[in-house]
Design a protein around this ligand. Structure first.
Ligand SMILES: [Zn+2]
Length: 307
């Protein structure tokens, strides 16, 4: 039976391609692995453990063809969820780290995207803890593909070891090249990280949940109309919140910050977008009209929703 939130018109704006490669797709890509090996690689208990699992999955993507399969399976799934538009994050930082050629990989995933009924735009991501020098070619590769499906750049990874402020000049260059800007912040570290993301020009904040600790920051997010890309299950699974009950999504909503609901890395978190809406309703008392506003936000705050 289709999920009751399937019919809700919605987009997804915080979704990593590599984190959406599920166990079946890993086995499809690499049939020499056993189910037990894959299950073990998907197991973790905290944020750094999660980053290791994520890195393991990315290492299975050895060819443009593998990336294309990952894209195809994800878009099939999104279509089943009733998602009509997605801004999908592709970590060029990881591609370069693996010493792979980015252009054929981008060509493969973008070709696959063109075959789907789900409209796809790309966010190209750099890994912040690897520093600014490693991020420079990532921004260049994104800038070269403005108008060819790439709409934005982002930074993700370990906030503590890669403060947003380090990327200020790079973000300015990206903006000048016609790219929109997003940054993970306030996920594994506190409000200061979100302030820094704002200072470097981020137009959406990935997670941003720890903004709740700083009333002045809440006011600033509202004043600038900057939405938080909330990923409830992700935050519980990576243990950046101590329990589901502790998640501040309801308090952020009550405070008037624009919110989005997302899955982040659905294969690693065993979650779905319709499931996140159901969770918001069941666990945090969001009404259907409130959830309709959040779903509408996913188009309103999209960087390039073509309509
Ligand atoms: Zn993320």
């Amino acid at each position: 039976m289709p999920h009751r939130f399937r019919a809700l018109p919605k987009a997804e704006l915080h979704l990593h391609l590599e984190g959406a490669v599920d166990r079946e797709t890993v086995l499809e890509i690499n049939p020499s692995l056993s189910r037990e090996e894959v299950d073990a690689a998907f197991r973790y208990s905290d944020f750094l453990g999660f980053l290791k699992s994520y890195a393991w999955v990315t290492r299975q993507l050895l060819t443009p063809g593998h990336y294309a399969i990952a894209t195809r399976r994800l878009l099939e799934h999104l279509e089943g969820e009733g998602v009509t538009y997605v801004e999908l994050t592709l970590s060029a930082g990881v591609v370069l780290w693996k010493q792979q050629e980015f252009p054929p990989i981008y060509e493969a995933v973008n070709r696959e995207a063109g075959r789907s009924r789900v409209q796809v735009r790309w966010v190209i991501d750099a890994v912040r803890q690897w520093g600014v020098e490693a991020a420079k070619p990532v921004i260049r590769l994104a800038a070269e593909r403005v108008g060819e499906g790439v709409v934005a750049i982002g930074i993700g990874g370990d906030e503590a070891r890669g403060p947003a402020i380090d990327f200020k000049d790079l973000f300015r260059e990206a903006r000048d090249a016609g790219l929109r800007l997003t940054a993970h912040a306030g996920e594994s570290t506190g409000p200061e990280s979100v302030w820094q993301a704002l200072e470097i020009g981020a137009e959406r904040i990935g997670h941003g949940i720890r903004s709740i600790e700083d009333p002045r920051l809440i006011q600033e997010l509202k004043r600038r109309d900057i939405p938080l890309e909330i990923c409830i299950t992700s935050n519980v699974r990576t243990a950046v919140v101590s329990s589901l009950d502790e998640h501040p999504v309801r308090r952020l909503h009550e405070a008037g910050v624009p919110l989005l609901l997302n899955t982040d890395d659905p294969a690693l978190f065993d979650c779905t977008l319709t499931g996140e809406f159901a969770l918001a309703e069941r666990q945090f008392g969001f009404s259907i009209p409130e959830l309709e506003v959040i779903a509408a936000n996913s188009f309103r705050y999209a960087f390039a929703y073509p309509g």
